[in-house]
Design a protein around this ligand. Sequence first.
Ligand code: DOR
Ligand code: ZN
Length: 429
Amino acid sequence: MLVAVGERDVLFDSKIRKIGKNLRADESFDCRGMLLLPGLIDSHVHFREPGGEHKEGWETGSRAAAHGGITCALDMPNTSPPTTTVAALEQKRKLVASKSIIDFGLHFGATSENVAEIAKARNIPSVKVFLGSSTGSLLLEENILSVFSAAKRKMKPAFVHAEDEGAIRKFSDVFRKRAALNPKTYSAATVHAMVRSNEAAAESASRAIRIAEKAGNRIHLAHCTTAEEAAITARAKKAGIPVTMEVTPHHLFLTAGDMKKLGNYGKVNPPLRSKKDVAALWAALRAGVVDTVGTDHAPHMRGEKDADYWAAPSGMPGVETVLPLLLDASSKRMLSLGDVQRLCCENPARIFGIKNKGKIAVGYDADLTLVDLKKVKRVRAEELLAKCKWSAFEGARLKGWPVRVWSRGALVFDGETVIPHEGKEASFK
Ligand code: DOR
Ligand code: ZN
């Protein structure tokens, strides 16, 4: 038994046993002056296993997550093979359980033909739907309503990547031709947000909401990036449609202007957007329209990113920088610490029905992240544990870092080192 002594003492083994004043135990840790948060739940990671182990994997991915204060990560199905069959899900389950040092969950992927598989998939947080293509082969162009209905029968949200595939294809063709004639003008910095436009995202989000309304099912809109999506989501929520909204740290803290410096390292789907869009996301966050911050940790190796714009893959790592970025923003009063807890702990647990996680409460798992709100440090690639070893936030001086992390009571990060532990699959209601 351990007690974390702070404003309120928290007594725990693998579960939180007692919360109060002057608690005693064999071991204690002095947390005074620091902030004890529930371990973060990252409901959107691509740890790439099986099939993409040269970019990441659960050994490195889960260590990086623990390093960043995350104690539960929900993985996306665009692995190879994709997690779209019960057999692939069970295979991934075994693999991840043998490697992860934190707890985990596995989103199930939708295809036009796998409604029967969705029906049989057990203990999943959501059914992931790619309405626009991205890394991997997953794309749902038909039978969207039957997929949403299948998810509803399991009481699971559809987790939707909303970018209109038709528009993406059309504008890829247009700009590819122009770029061939004039490569300097059409670089990553200028072209990506034109190929995957605001309209493509907004159109697709509206369509997803219409289908969700018809199916009567919950949807969680992944990585919303535009002022339009923020407005559409706010309206849908007001109308009582069960839609929730995710934003990523990179869309909150970077803009299309950063593409000049970042090149393909800033190439993500959906793209980095204008200052106006970013301001709209922050306004939506403060208004309570944004429900979760998910990192969309989607690492690719430097060599892959160094290819020419059209060949370079989209995505960037995020699990080790999300918490310092948000804490730093809270020190600048851009959001409150309560917002951080709501967006990164409570809401992910509620939306995906994760049992016993997301709160510091008696009976809950002892997933705890202690942060030093005064610690100032720069992001340095060489200190990161993710396999790709780069960050779009390289050099950023951030105030507020995780200094201890417990996963089901076991110390997995002591402020310097990540400590091995046996992660378990979370249970989903
Ligand atoms: O930028 C992205 N990268 N967006 C996605 O939707 C997928 C992800 C990946 O898996 O690389
Ligand atoms: Zn993603």
